[in-house]
Design a protein around this ligand. Sequence first.
Ligand code: ZN
Ligand code: ZN
Length: 220
Amino acid sequence: MVLGLLFGGTCYLCRGTASALLCAACDADLPRLAPPRCPRCALASQRGEVCGRCLAEAPHYDATVAALAYEFPADTLVHSLKFRGELALAGFLGHLLSERIATDGIDLVVPVPLSAERLRGRGYNQSVEIARHLRPGKLDLALCERSRDTPAQLDLPYDERRRNVRGAFRCTRAVLGCTVAVVDDVMTTGATLDELAAALKGAGAARVVNWVVARTVLAD
Ligand SMILES: [Zn+2]
Ligand SMILES: [Zn+2]
């Protein structure tokens, strides 16, 4: 990828004149998530209270911050970073996320790991690339490992995703009492993040906070 192609004064989305990755109009049109939202899963809730879904079945993570709704054109940006190797988008999306998150009190920043096999195939982990722009000094790429990640969650119906990721993650050391921020590009059902949070809690983490670029807004 040639950086100049992205930053050559042309908006990545509309090809109009731009002084940044996106022109001012496209940037203003991004589907930024607005409050009130459930502090735990970042879905909409009436007065910013914990939503019924989280009350009925509490996830292992304690909080979620999401910058964008996973809809056009946020999905295009996330997809291009993930599958087309357009790594300059990681800086842009990381910046959007950094405007939302509170980094105080975070001991470790852990991007959702890919399996070794998928990492070899893709050549990079998009969540790592995003996380590099958030709290670089706290980034820990060795703490969590993923044993498998096929089939891809995207290809599965929602109710099968939880089963698909069960036992997929392990921690390589104890993190007693730590507050861990987990970084991901997209949160859909939250099954993957829940499973990773369970592994981190199992390793002694006191608190797990999700930092995600884009959140699918579920129909239910
Ligand atoms: Zn534009
Ligand atoms: Zn919730």
